[in-house]
Design a protein around this ligand. Structure first.
Ligand code: SDX
Length: 434
């Protein structure tokens, strides 16, 4: 990646008894940054920012979020336009290469992905080590981490050709592995990918086809899931993407880095929130019980939070949640659900929360996970598969961000410092004297 940040003057500080000035850089969109990389050398001091609320970890040209406006751009294109006009593989190409593909580029990319969808046949044996009732995300952490044991011929991160093959393998094989995790979980035989199906149709076929009868692709549902995958593809330097970058900064192979990202995404504060949000709506059950849960969400003594609500960056409505809400209505109609009690609770919960001073003051709005669970369940997936679907889509963002970092000639291993407040230096005391 060629740097695009532009020098925009300096920031002057008086620190450690010294007057120092640090360069300020401007972005295409979003806040300016103060480059503090020379701060320790100049002042002997670190900065402290737990949770990185005010810290940019890198320069990136892939995704931009305007948290105040509630907008999201993939390589400059608004997410609602891509969700409406593009498809998953075209958007994947955009995130990886920086431009929308022309006809020939699109054809070649789709071919490369399609012809990498099968996994090594010994990979099936790997699943047998898991209990059938294992959470599919636990299986995904293990299975994806094992990929480097099967594809060590594309783990040399310094070889551009191997990086490209690993990238195509990762994007192509995630649906196959996710479908295998689902089939293993429900005790049905694995279904192989079919090269005459589109990316998301293929995934649905591998999940829902059974040997006993033909599986008919429902185009409306496949298109809705493809749109949902686009919404989940990338999101700046979120926790799991930062995990992938940090793992990749040590030179770890891309399969291991993606496995690290999957592990981080699983957390209920992050990608695990889609499963947690649906289970919360199921627990609330009816509209009359909403006030009890709103009160619990506001009670500092109660660890309960409204799952699918709030966001570190969005202080406005998550634009993905708007598209997701529309997809939810489309899917429910397509599957013939006239009125969904869960959707009724979700819509009323959102309405009450957005009128409540506690949520308004803290700019807490529904995020992408609030409506996704209702939609994914209507598509036929159990809640324990929701974060697996998030990981399937986010693999494109993870691998695009990893690629951007590795291709940056100035990248170095990530190694944060700390403020140490433990015991002062002291000598060992013999046990007889303690
Ligand atoms: C994703 O980073 C990304 O981009 C993530 C993601 C992506 O695409 O990669 O967008 C995907 O992870 C979406 C978020 C999914 N998580 C949830 O829905 C879980 C519920 N939400 C939260 O736990 C919380 O909102 C976070 C984790 C999402 C954000 O937490 P922050 O930014 O650290 O904010 P905070 O915890 O400091 O909260 C600020 C205040 C606090 O109250 P006060 O201390 O100011 O009194 O808001 C309160 C919090 O208690 N608060 C909530 C709340 N979220 C924040 N109170 C009740 N319910 C909530 N959901």
């Amino acid at each position: 990646m060629k740097s695009n940040k532009t020098l925009n003057g300096t920031a002057n500080f008086h620190m450690g008894g010294k007057d120092i000035e640090l360069p300020v850089f401007s972005a295409t969109h979003g806040p300016d940054v103060v480059d503090i990389s020379s701060l320790y050398k100049q002042t002997g001091m670190f900065t402290l920012d737990p949770g990185f609320t005010s810290t940019a970890s890198c320069e990136s040209q892939i995704t931009f979020i305007n948290g105040g406006e509630g907008t999201l751009l993939y390589r400059g294109y608004p997410i609602d336009q891509l969700a409406a006009e593009s498809d998953f593989l075209e958007s994947a190409y955009l995130l990886l290469e920086g431009e929308l593909p022309n006809e020939e580029e699109s054809k070649q990319f789709r071919h490369n992905i399609t012809y990498h969808t099968m996994v090594h046949d010994h990979f099936k044996n790997f699943f047998n080590g898991f209990r059938r009732d294992a959470h599919p995300m636990a299986v995904m952490c293990g299975a994806v981490g094992a990929l480097s044991a099967f594809y060590h011929d594309s783990t040399d991160i310094n070889d551009p050709e191997q990086r490209k093959i690993a990238t195509h393998r990762m994007i192509a094989k995630m649906p196959t592995i996710a479908a295998m995790a689902y089939k293993y979980h429900v005790g049905q035989p694995f279904v192989y990918p079919k090269n005459d199906l589109g990316y998301t149709e293929n995934f649905m076929h591998m999940c829902f086809a059974v040997p006993a009868e033909d599986y008919k692709i429902n185009k409306v549902l496949a298109d809705a899931l493809d749109k949902i995958f686009i919404l989940h593809m990338d999101h700046e330097q979120n926790a799991s993407t930062s995990t992938v970058r940090l793992a990749g900064s040590s030179g770890a192979n891309p399969f291991a880095c993606i496995a690290a990202g999957i592990a981080c995404l699983w957390g209920p504060a992050h990608g695990g929130a889609n499963e947690a949000a649906l289970r919360m709506l199921m627990e609330i059950g009816t509209v009359d019980r909403i006030p009890e849960y709103i009160a619990r969400a506001k009670d500092k003594e109660d660890p309960f939070r409204l799952m699918g609500f709030g966001h570190r960056v969005y202080k406005n409505y998550d634009p993905r949640a708007k598209v997701m809400q529309k997809a939810c209505h489309e899917v429910l109609e397509a599957v013939g659900v006239k009125n969904s009690p869960l959707l009724e609770v979700a819509v009323e919960l959102e309405k009450i929360a957005l009128e409540d001073e506690y949520f308004v003051k803290r700019n807490l709005y529904p995020n992408i996970d609030f409506y996704s669970g209702i939609t994914l369940r209507a598509l036929g997936f159990p809640p324990e598969m929701f974060t697996v679907l998030f990981a399937l889509a986010r693999t494109v963002g993870w691998i695009a961000q990893w690629k951007e970092m590795i291709e940056d000639p100035g990248h170095k291993i990530g190694r944060p410092r700390q403020i140490y407040t433990g015991a002062a230096k002291r000598d060992y005391v013999d046990v007889a004297k303690r």
